[in-house]
Design a protein. Structure first.
Length: 94
């Protein structure tokens, strides 16, 4: 999926980021990235749990605003054009 490249206020392209995994850690990371929209562009988010898929990321995180990022399955993430993927699917070893 191709998205138009956005630019920061300094004129440099924003880093396009995907968050893979939306458990406790991934959700926290996604919230921080949404707070830094002047520097990064959150272009994708993936969750293994089907009950999280198909929702707007803002709705899932409880931010009260739509982000335009629809949570997909983790398997669909490679289709999204990004500069960085933050993998947060496992927080501890079992």
């Amino acid at each position: 999926m191709h998205r138009k490249r956005s630019f920061s206020e300094t004129g440099f392209p924003k880093t396009r980021v995907i968050v893979e995994g939306l458990g406790a850690m991934g959700s926290g990371i996604a919230r921080l990235l949404l707070d830094k929209r002047d520097l990064v562009s959150l272009v994708g988010a993936g969750a293994a749990r089907p009950d999280k898929q198909g929702k707007d990321l803002g709705e899932l995180l409880g931010t009260g605003e739509a982000t335009g990022v629809i949570v997909t399955s983790v398997q669909e993430l490679p289709r999204i054009e990004a500069d960085v993927v933050i993998q947060a699917t496992t927080s501890f070893a079992v």
